[in-house]
Write a protein that binds this ligand. Sequence first.
Ligand code: B12
Length: 340
Amino acid sequence: MNILLIQPENLSGLVKDRGFIPVALLYLASALRDHSHKPHILDFSVLDIPKDNASRIAFLENTCNAKIKKFGVKLVGINCFSTMHYPLVDELAKFIKRHNPAVKICIGGAHPSFFGEEILSNSEYIDYIVVGEGEEALIGLADIIEKGDDTLTHEADISNIPAIIYRDKNREILENPRKSYIKDINILKMPAWELIDLTNYYRNKVSVQENIHTLNVKRIQKAVNAQLETKGCKMTTDSPDFLISMHVAKEEKMDVRAWNYSYGGRAMLHGGSYAATTQYDVYQYEEGTFVLDFVDAQSRELIWRGIAQGEVRNYSNPVKRNERINEVVRNVLSNFPPVK
Ligand code: B12
């Protein structure tokens, strides 16, 4: 059965960055898939939500409804990450029910795990709450809904689902106890990463793999720019000769797709033209590796690469850290430009 899993938009005023990896939904999706269901993820945290309220509501409604219609969805699961997310979750449930009254809505996450009963007492739109780990409960619910809505009124079926809060046919709120927590998390399937586009979650265009403090990225860029200026290259947005992509690997043995710009590597534009050399695709780097790739602006071929290993560390003293960054960058760029 097709199931739509939704992460609400970002908390306004709290979160400036776009995109929170919907870890819970990815785990739930892989569990559902393992039981022959077809999950789809709709992550509003990576979408550009219109600011004006009427347009915002229309956008949320239309986006949900289009997915529900496209996949013939009968069950929607919404992640309620925190208490602050709850108004967004209830609002989404309302928008969905307004156009799809037969669609069942289930929510889970930190807030509903503690306030499930209150939520069902007050919300007209939410049908089920899952308390705590949601894999088994959501699969159980999906299996029942797939058989047809009527079976939901059969208490025998639903009472077998652990850790779920629901209304019976008299609209009385019932809570099934949790049997136990998942004792061996290794039984869980890997999150269904392929259901999202990871590039949507990069921070400030620095990839998840490059995971380094934004300020350090800025310092390194500044140092690179200063070095390149001494070599006669000027930053430009107008017909550049080459692009630069920077990668910093903090953890051991990290794959870095070195110059695929669609991965959002931070590109800076400079003037000056250089000969092409060999092209690389995937690398493994040890902790603290700092890589600067120069890519031909036209052909997108790698023309030069500078690597420093074990050089990127956390310095508590900002002056020392800046000196170190400048030194590392100077060393890396000492052989640039390559001899034609
Ligand atoms: C990692 C984490 C973060 C990361 C999130 C990384 C990411 N995903 O991108 C960061 C650091 C960014 C973060 C930020 C915040 N966090 Co935080 N975070 C956590 C933490 C430690 C783990 C959450 C997690 O990913 N767990 C792993 C997944 C697999 O488990 P899960 O989310 O619980 O999901 C399972 C179940 O809940 C359930 N489930 C979840 N959703 C759904 C949906 C359906 C349909 C179903 C059926 C089941 C279900 O099934 C899932 C799989 O078993 C929790 C504490 C904790 N130990 O849970 C706090 C926690 C969730 N965070 C909390 C808070 C408050 C925040 C912030 C609001 C803090 C702030 N003021 O900025 C922000 C909000 C971020 C946002 N999204 O807007 C609180 C929420 C408490 C509350 N009642 O509000 C928690 C509980 C910490 C705490 N004890 O205070 N957080």
